[in-house]
Write a protein that binds this ligand. Structure first.
Ligand SMILES: [Zn+2]
Length: 197
């Protein structure tokens, strides 16, 4: 449990949240704002909140990509929702908030798409999976997806607990990942120091 939490806190999506925050605040010329930093971190994790309905229905499903992982539906919804919320919440930062929330969700999808099984970029209109690996963008062959489904079904037969389901989705940390995370923290710190002078 603790290890899983540490992996999430030091994860790639967390680092993407730091970079996304720094880039948009710097572009928009905003001072440091902890609420915007939290919003950015929230956006780079947002699609994975579909783990909650998945855990409730996990005996019937093999993937948690049921609600949050439809880019052509989720990205416009996030843009519209963040626009409406920011006009009330922070009317002086509407552009920054819409850009930051949408980019944060996009970065999450891009990170998912780096994996072996790719990402359905045209979902919900097409479930074709695309992946970006070794500098190439390609369609994941159907045989590979079928093999993955078979593996997933075998895993399901072992009746994994909710905790098993979460921990299997939080991969072991690598040195490269930790360096990326540290670079994200440094980017935020440099931004804070620069804005305080
Ligand atoms: Zn995801």
């Amino acid at each position: 449990m603790l290890l899983t939490l540490i992996r999430i806190l030091l994860g790639v999506d967390m680092a993407l949240g730091f970079f996304n925050y720094t880039a948009w605040s710097w572009l928009a010329g905003h001072p440091f704002n902890v609420r915007l930093l939290c919003l950015s971190i929230f956006s780079t994790h947002f699609p994975d909140w579909d783990m909650i309905p998945y855990l409730l229905l996990r005996h019937r499903l093999i993937s948690h990509w049921v609600i949050g992982h439809h880019p052509l539906l989720v990205l416009p919804l996030v843009a519209i929702a963040s626009f409406c919320a920011s006009t009330i919440w922070m009317p002086d930062a509407v552009d920054c908030i819409v850009g930051m929330a949408s980019t944060g969700v996009f970065l999450h999808f891009a990170h998912d798409g780096m994996g072996k099984w790719g990402f359905p970029w045209l979902s919900p209109f097409s479930m074709t999976r695309f992946r970006f690996r070794g500098g190439k963008f390609s369609v994941v062959p159907q045989q590979e997806i079928d093999a993955w489904r078979e593996q997933a079904l075998l895993w399901k037969q072992r009746e994994p607990s909710a905790m098993d389901e979460i921990s299997v989705r939080t991969p072991t940390m690598t040195v490269a990942q930790l360096l990326f995370w540290a670079a994200g923290v440094i980017a935020v710190l440099v931004f804070i120091v620069e804005k305080s002078y």
